[in-house]
Design a protein around this ligand. Structure first.
Ligand SMILES: *[C@@H]1O[C@H](CO)[C@@H](O)[C@H](O)[C@H]1NC(C)=O
Ligand SMILES: *[C@@H]1O[C@H](CO)[C@@H](O)[C@H](O)[C@H]1NC(C)=O
Ligand SMILES: *[C@@H]1O[C@H](CO)[C@@H](O)[C@H](O)[C@H]1NC(C)=O
Ligand SMILES: *[C@@H]1O[C@H](CO)[C@@H](O)[C@H](O)[C@H]1NC(C)=O
Ligand SMILES: *[C@@H]1O[C@H](CO)[C@@H](O)[C@H](O)[C@H]1NC(C)=O
Ligand SMILES: *[C@@H]1O[C@H](CO)[C@@H](O)[C@H](O)[C@H]1NC(C)=O
Ligand SMILES: *[C@@H]1O[C@H](CO)[C@@H](O)[C@H](O)[C@H]1NC(C)=O
Length: 833
């Protein structure tokens, strides 16, 4: 017989109480499915957002710094506020002397450029004439001691200058290309920058509307999750109570079986005892009869060898006295009609009720969920009016107009800029190539000349190599003279433009003097009153507007709007969520269907507990059971009598003995054997019942306590789980709304209703103009100027070196006519110059 351990239900109960206690202490535990998903919203306000431009640090930075340093030296004057004011307001009143005074550095450079432009071609022309008449640039007249040394140093200088030229020209190529690459995108970015600002205020309501529209994203998420909330809560309750309910049901089922087994034993004891008691009297008298008969036969003097059988026959008496076993009547009385309930059916029913909990919960809370859905699908008033409250700016239209016009009117200029830039690029390319050509001529000339000189000792050699070297050098000189004019012109034009952009615009833009200038009343013509055009607040300067915008200030902080706007007022949905919270509190789940123990079963257990089954005096039963039914072994006695009957000489006595044996055998079969069978049954049932009854009794008592405890505790616990779960659910749903709120707040203040695009556009314009375009532009003319001015020493050293490359007139042949000498010199040289 299986019996549940008596400590099992107790531990169960303790565990349950612990769980409940802990549950009440910790405020909330939400499972992993309590985590809210991350909602995806669609970003807005992108149109006005320009990617912030920045010039990445590059290898040309030292060059740019050097050029800016040079320009700072050229333009020492501060920002010419007065001059610009006059130029903007009354262009006709601008005095040339003021401009010249301000641009003094550039004027000096212009003078230098002019001198260069005048002198170098003139000298070149003279040199050409001189060469043509063979007055100069000929050859070394005579060999003398220091000649080699002089030649060496000349060549070294020329090589040095050529290498410097080479670096300059490489730099010119690079910066020319860089400038060209930056100007194209820079110019094309202008309409984008202008466009991006057009909707700064006027697009805001529309975008706020779109933000409000996205309230449907958390709404739909919540509506969707509401669909499964019943089943979720139900299955959570099921899962959490499962650990208590399943063992309880299993133990109930076992208890039912054990109780049935005990009852069966009890009935068997009752019926066996009754049988034994009833048969005891007749059996006793039969045994008495047989004993007297046998004793008289065996005591007969003729009976031979009957002494032992006589002793045995004397014991023909009842062994056990079943009248002495206690009565079961009171126990049986109390257990009358038990078991009333079918425990197995009851447990199955309970189990299936419990297992349908998720479905039941869904059904039970369906109405509340429906109302919740109705509540959720309303858009809160505050959010709905997100855009309506946004005040418009009277400046917005004015400004949109101005920007559109600016974009319109800038278009031809932008085209022109791109066109001129292409010309500049081509010119830069060609002129850099010319310088590269000069470098190549110098290098070729130098190497051929060197070869010629080193071969001079060899008498067999002709002077052709040295001569060719000289001609290459002269070609370089010629190119330098011819192109010096275009060089200096291109340099000066680009220098004037790029230098002024750097010193007049970029320098003051970086130091924010430009904003201060625009802030000072009267500086800008009234048609260009930026403060008015932008619709800035009265007490905010352009500079502080720029700074505030850069820090991400909201539009209404900087701009003069018609009325005030507080996005927080529209993003406050506490009323809405409070309504949802309240509706959620209405959730209830009814656990009354789950009654672990029905009334009949409870009555059964009560009856069993009060039956006193454990108090039955089992030892008294066992005392009788242990005694034999008859004190002598009947079958042995029968055999003995049969043997005696055979052995008797007196045939009548033998016959009587045999007959007596036969009668005893019959008595045994008819009366004693059934009695013994019942004794065995009694033995088994009494032992089983006495072993189990007290433990079973304890289990029954515990089960009664447990079930009555659970009867109140399970609904409590289910209720608590429901509260916890609905709180978790609510928090998850609220987190969707707060995700939306956070996103909307960020969107509105940082992306939609912010004036950051304004400062962004200004910063981007400055980066594009000053960092991306002006820097390589200035570096380009700087490199080209570097080369151009190096051309002068290059020319001088080239001419001087040429002399040494030409064949030296030997003293011996000095008498010979110039004509003979000329035979060796090809005429090409003079043709070239
Ligand atoms: C109750 O139902 C569950 C799930 O169907 C099952 O695992 C368990 O054994 C059942 N318990 C009893 C006592 O029938
Ligand atoms: C117990 O035995 C008596 C005698 O046979 C019988 O009358 C009675 O019905 C029995 N009780 C039960 C509960 O079986
Ligand atoms: C059996 O016991 C009862 C009660 O103790 C007694 O009255 C009766 O005489 C006894 N019967 C025999 C045969 O000993
Ligand atoms: C821009 O120019 C086009 C044609 O050149 C003209 O139709 C349009 O009205 C102009 N827009 C503005 C805002 O000036
Ligand atoms: C711009 O105009 C406003 C009035 O519309 C005036 O108060 C302000 O001084 C002007 N600012 C400049 C820089 O002229
Ligand atoms: C703001 O605009 C409304 C309607 O556009 C207008 O009635 C009201 O007068 C304006 N308020 C101010 C201060 O300009
Ligand atoms: C009663 O049962 C016990 C244990 O099963 C056994 O040892 C004993 O012999 C039995 N007695 C009778 C009379 O059957």
């Amino acid at each position: 017989m299986r019996l549940p351990g008596s400590l099992g239900p107790l531990a169960l109960l303790l565990g349950l109480e612990l769980a409940l206690g802990r549950g009440q202490m910790t405020s909330q535990y939400c499972g992993p499915q309590g985590q809210a998903e991350k909602l995806q919203f669609i970003g807005l306000g992108k149109g006005r957002w320009l990617d912030p431009q920045a010039r990445p640090p590059g290898s040309l930075d030292p060059l740019y710094r050097m050029v800016r340093g040079f320009l700072d030296m050229v333009q020492l004057n501060p920002f010419p506020e007065g001059l610009i004011r006059v130029a903007l307001n009354e262009p006709s009143l601008v005095r040339t002397s003021d401009v010249v005074r301000y641009e003094a550095g550039y004027v000096v450079c212009a003078v230098i450029a002019g001198l260069f432009l005048l002198i170098v071609p003139t000298v070149g022309f003279c040199f050409c004439c001189c060469r043509f008449r063979r007055r100069c640039g000929g050859r070394v007249k005579a060999e003398h001691k220091s000649m080699a040394c002089e030649r060496g140093s000349l060549m070294t200088f020329l090589l040095l200058i050529t290498l410097l030229l080479l670096t300059g020209v490489v730099c010119a190529f690079i910066t020319n290309q860089r400038t060209h690459e930056e100007i194209g995108p820079g110019v094309r970015a202008v309409p984008g920058v202008l466009n991006s600002l057009q909707g700064l205020v006027s697009d805001v309501p529309q975008e706020l509307q779109a933000v409000a529209g996205q309230f449907s994203i958390p709404q739909n998420q919540v509506l969707e999750e509401l669909n499964g909330v019943g089943a979720n809560i139900g299955s959570t309750i099921h899962t959490q109570l499962r650990g208590t309910v399943y063992p309880m049901l299993a133990s109930l089922q076992r208890l039912g079986q054990d109780m049935q087994i005990s009852l069966d034993h009890l009935y068997k004891i009752n019926s066996s005892t009754a049988f034994l008691q009833a048969q005891q009297e007749p059996l006793g008298s039969s045994l008495q009869d047989r004993r007297q008969k046998l004793l008289s036969l065996l005591q007969d003097a003729q009976c031979q060898g009957c002494a032992s059988a006589l002793n045995h026959a004397r014991l023909l008496e009842l062994g056990a006295n079943f009248s002495q076993v206690p009565s079961l009547n009171s126990v049986l009385q109390k257990l009358k009609g038990v078991p009333e309930a079918n425990f197995s059916n009851m447990v199955q029913k309970d189990n299936s009720t419990f297992n349908t909990l998720p479905v039941l919960t869904t059904l039970e809370i369906a109405d509340t969920v429906h109302e919740l859905k109705k509540e959720v699908s309303q858009i809160p008033e505050e959010v709905r009016t997100l855009s309506e409250g946004f005040p418009d700016s009277e400046a917005a239209d004015r400004w949109r107009q101005a920007l559109a016009e600016a974009e319109n009117s800038s278009r031809p200029y932008l085209h022109a800029i791109q066109r001129y830039e292409r010309y500049r690029w081509i010119a830069g390319y060609v002129l850099s190539s010319v310088i590269l050509l000069v470098v190549i001529c110098n290098l070729l000339g130098l190497s051929l000349g060197l070869w010629g000189i080193s071969a001079r000792e060899d008498s067999s050699h002709t002077e052709a190599k040295g001569e060719a070297g000289a001609q290459f050098l002269m070609a370089g000189v010629g190119l330098s003279f011819i192109f010096s004019g275009p060089f200096i012109l291109l340099i000066f034009v680009t220098f004037l433009l790029g230098g002024n952009i750097q010193t007049l615009v970029c320098r003051s833009w970086e130091s924010q003097e430009l904003y201060q200038f625009a802030d000072t009343p009267g500086n800008l013509p009234s048609s260009m009153n930026l403060s008015h055009l932008l619709g800035l607040k009265k007490d905010i300067s352009i500079l502080s507007a720029y700074q505030q915008c850069k820090e991400g200030a909201a539009l209404w902080k900087v701009l003069q709007l018609n009325g005030s706007y507080d996005p927080e007022k529209h993003l406050d949905i506490n009323k809405y969520t409070a309504r949802l919270r309240e509706k959620m509190r209405n959730l209830e789940v009814d656990m009354s269907d789950l009654n672990l123990l029905n009334e009949a079963a409870e009555r059964d257990l009560e009856a069993f507990r009060n039956s006193g089954i454990e108090k039955i005096d089992y030892p008294s039963f066992l005392a009788q059971v242990q005694k034999p039914v008859v004190q002598v072994d009947i079958l042995k006695l029968v055999k003995e009598l049969e043997k005696l009957g055979q052995a008797q000489k007196e045939s009548a006595l033998g016959q009587q003995l045999k007959q007596e044996a036969q009668t005893l055998q019959t008595l045994y079969q008819e009366k004693i054997l059934p009695q013994e069978t019942h004794v065995v049954t009694l033995n088994r049932s009494v032992r089983a019942l006495s072993a189990s009854s007290s433990r079973l009794q304890m289990v029954v008592s515990e089960t009664l306590v447990n079930t009555s405890f659970l009867k109140t505790e399970l609904p409590n616990r289910a209720h608590w789980i429901l509260r916890n779960e609905s709180e978790c659910f609510l928090n998850r749903e609220m987190s969707y709304f707060s995700q939306y709120m956070d996103w909307a707040r960020k969107m509105v203040t940082e992306h939609i209703a912010t004036c950051q695009p304004l400062s962004g556009a200004l910063d981007n314009s400055r980066v594009i103009l000053c960092d991306l375009i002006a820097n390589p532009w200035n570096a380009f003319w700087f490199c080209l100027a570097w080369c151009t001015f190096l051309l002068i020493p290059s020319i001088i050293f080239a001419i001087k070196t040429t002399k040494h490359f030409r064949p030296i007139r030997k003293r011996l042949s000095s008498t010979s006519s110039e004509e003979t000498q000329l035979f060796h010199i090809p005429r090409v040289t003079s043709l070239k110059l």
